[in-house]
Design a protein around this ligand. Structure first.
Ligand code: PLP
Length: 375
């Protein structure tokens, strides 16, 4: 039986054109992009071509794109690099964020707290809606940085990006947006103020091991990995081949077109409702379709995900990097649900092209397995 992959938020299968770009570049290039000889200049040429292409698809100047090893490094560079540098120019040590952030952001914040920064979690409602009035008030008390998840990789909710950016711009506080799960789901909006963005290639069919941080030129910044590459903003030899693969994935167009995702989600949820297994999506405000957290009452998510895997269905208990952990999803807990509730939640993240009948089969498998585990 063919397996069903409903874990696109963890990673997206590599696109053939991204693989081609990677292989072609790897075969053609022998030099290091920092070397001055002909081979080095060839690698530099391809790297900068890929950066230009990525930048034009994202809508930012190429000089503001810092290549990193992925989304985690981009987020952590934004937080650690900017918070420290801003505190040195008198911006204080208060960072505004939310309880719904990805584990890589939480980890960077933990480090900043150890270094004497204050983490302020802005309240969110049960349906994951951020209170903008509270953000406005918190900004008045001063902040060195605001860091928020643009699109939730667990709940499918979209932050009111423009409103948040306008408030931060008015308060003259830089805003970092974790755009890793937003990429491929529509154009990245041009926002007012000093906005940093983190993105990762493997979430849209590029290859793992590369991401970007959009770092506006006027934001104080201290490198996380000090060194000469990336205009002195990051140490480490850049991979022109990975950058070419990232550019190729972006050139393929949106990885998760809205209409296709809506159709997929409707098919899946209709089949799930018809199965009447008491599996309910969390009711969240401001969602884009395709990413769902499902509450499976009376069932432990850990056992459910394992059983589903044996049945041929790949899904998760939350973000991939924390799904091996004992703890249930921090995001579901962050919404204010209790531990028992969170321990019964799984995440499904759909793709844009499921063959006919696949999502109905997935819903049927889920319902059947939930019933078996309840016995
Ligand atoms: C919202 C979000 N931010 C950051 C990351 C980290 O990205 P990467 O896997 O490229 O390090 C992920 C990956 O799961 C994510 O979903």
């Amino acid at each position: 039986m063919t397996r069903i992959y409903l874990d696109h938020s963890a990673t997206c299968p590599a696109l053939p054109r991204a693989l081609d770009a990677f292989v072609t570049a790897s075969q053609q290039l022998t030099g290091n992009p920092s070397s001055a000889h002909t081979e080095g200049r060839a690698a530099r040429g391809l790297l900068e071509e890929a950066r230009e292409s990525i930048a034009s698809r994202l809508g930012f100047p190429a000089a503001e794109l810092l290549l990193t090893s992925g989304g985690s490094e981009s987020c952590q560079t934004a937080l650690l690099g900017v918070a420290e540098a801003r505190s040195r120019v008198g911006a204080g040590r208060r960072i505004l964020t939310s309880p719904l952030e990805h584990a890589c952001v939480d980890a960077a914040l933990q480090r900043l707290v150890q270094r004497g920064f204050e983490r302020v979690d802005l309240p969110v409602s049960r349906s994951a809606v951020l209170d903008l009035a509270v953000l406005a008030e918190a900004l008045q008390e001063g902040a060195s940085l605001v860091s928020l998840l643009a699109y939730s990789n667990e709940l499918g909710t979209l932050l009111p990006l423009r409103e948040v950016a306008e408030l931060c711009a008015a308060a003259e506080v830089p805003l970092h947006l974790d755009g890793v799960a937003l990429l491929g789901r529509g154009a990245i909006p041009q926002l007012p103020g000093r906005v940093l963005w983190s993105f990762s290639a493997h979430k849209i069919g590029g290859l793992p091991g590369i991401g970007v941080l959009r770092l506006p030129a006027d934001v104080p910044f201290a490198a996380l990995l000090p060194g000469a590459q990336e205009l002195g903003r990051r140490a480490g030899t850049e991979s022109a081949a990975l950058a070419a693969a990232f550019a190729a994935a972006l050139q393929a167009g949106e990885a998760f077109p809205r209409a296709a995702m809506q159709l997929a989600e409707t098919r899946f949820l209709t089949a799930l409702a018809a199965a009447q297994a008491g599996v309910e999506p969390l009711a969240c405000g401001g969602r884009l379709p395709g990413v769902l957290t499902l509450h499976c009452a009376g069932v432990r998510a850990r056992s459910l995900v394992m059983r589903l895997d044996l049945e041929g269905l790949a899904c998760s208990r939350g973000a991939a990097c924390s799904s091996g952990a004992e703890e249930p999803s921090q995001v579901v807990l962050g919404l204010g649900y209790g531990r028992e509730f969170a321990e019964s939640c799984i995440r499904v993240s759909l793709g844009p092209r499921h063959p006919d009948g696949e999502l109905e089969r997935a819903a049927g498998l889920l319902a059947k397995t939930v019933r078996q585990l309840r016995r």
